[in-house]
Design a protein around this ligand. Structure first.
Ligand code: ZN
Length: 340
């Protein structure tokens, strides 16, 4: 399904499956004589063929009106599999150039450079005291299964031969108009925004979504960077509309940005309160999540553990809490500083 979300900008919605494991995704077409495809979506043949078909429909409309339509490039917002997997087939089917920022290019170069970032066991610094043999076997199985999942279901494919590499912070011309590439790390270290100051249009990737909160979890996310990247949008003059990678356009940008920042502050406060309320016996990240989501399903609990661990990391860095390594779990206590 395609939709003109702004004159000359089309959103094509790629279907998802398995609920939030493979969410529906927006690919944006900046139509014109030197157009660009923003985000590459999933990489399985069926999805890319669907995308190409929808693009052809837009092209036909332009031709009927005797307007020029030529897409020259595809640019992903960040190196998450649902955003870059389609690159290779999109180039093959449409003959466009693959443009990557330096950071994204480094990550998606090959299997090794990609998994180096996503398969570290950082989360365990917050969850378990010791990795016994059973835990190691379990980790190896999970790793294997998730690699199969990304390859088969997302159509994951790497790019060792991009056509153009650009700076992480730069300006590019699209259809003769100047667009800013703005680094916006946090959800992903290489995440970028694409912004047109004159029209006030921002492509926000996964950072600002209309109704849902974005994924934040170890090892590659950072909440402090994320908050800064969202806050930085308040400084953009003339921000009119935000076009996110998932969900519909955000027509009240300032309000939504405010909501997201408030939500993050409240979440951090909830975690501090829970640690303070258990100052005698301490509390583990799992117990924190169980208190926050008493009826949460297993998958939600797993997702929530991500941001809870990242929040604990910041609180620890700010010396507001301290840890104690128990027999099995890591337990958190208020620090002496916060008790005073
Ligand atoms: Zn993402």
């Amino acid at each position: 399904m395609k939709k003109e979300v702004y004159p000359g900008i089309f959103s094509i919605k790629e279907k998802g499956s398995f609920g939030i494991i493979k969410p529906p995704e927006n690919i944006y077409i900046l139509a014109g004589h030197d157009g660009l495809i923003y985000d590459a979506g999933y990489g399985d043949k069926k999805t890319v063929k669907y995308l190409v078909n929808e693009i052809k429909k837009i092209e036909n409309k332009y031709k009927e009106k005797n307007e020029e339509f030529k897409l020259t490039r595809v640019l992903p917002s960040h190196a998450h599999p649902d955003h870059f997997s389609g690159l290779k087939l999109i180039r093959e089917y449409l003959g466009v150039k693959i443009v990557l920022t330096k950071k994204t290019a480094e990550i998606i170069h090959n299997k090794k450079s990609f998994y180096k970032i996503f398969e570290t066991n950082d989360i365990e610094d917050y969850l378990i005291a010791r990795r016994n043999l059973w835990r190691k076997i379990k980790d190896a199985v999970v790793k294997k299964l998730s690699r199969i999942f990304y390859r088969r279901i997302y159509g994951l494919s790497f790019i060792d031969d991009p056509d153009e590499i650009i700076e992480d912070n730069t300006e590019i011309l699209i259809n003769g108009e100047s667009w800013k590439i703005l680094p916006s790390p946090g959800h992903a270290i290489d995440h970028i925004y694409l912004y047109n100051a004159e029209k006030g249009i921002l492509f926000s990737g996964d950072n600002v979504l209309r109704t849902i909160t974005t994924w934040l979890g170890p090892p590659s996310c950072n909440i402090k960077d994320y908050v800064n990247s969202v806050e930085s949008l308040n400084k953009l003059p003339n921000l009119n509309i935000i076009l996110p990678a998932h969900g519909s356009p955000i027509k009240n940008p300032k309000e939504r940005i405010g909501e997201i920042l408030k939500h993050r502050r409240e979440r951090a406060q909830q975690v501090i309160n829970l640690v303070n309320a258990h100052s005698k016996i301490g509390i583990s990240p799992k117990e924190i999540v169980q208190k926050l989501y008493p009826n949460g399903k297993k998958f939600l609990i797993q997702v929530a553990l991500g941001w809870v661990c990242l929040t604990l990391k910041i609180l620890e860095e700010n010396h507001l809490i301290k840890r104690d390594v128990g027999k099995k779990e890591i337990i958190f206590f208020p620090s002496d500083k916060s008790e005073n």
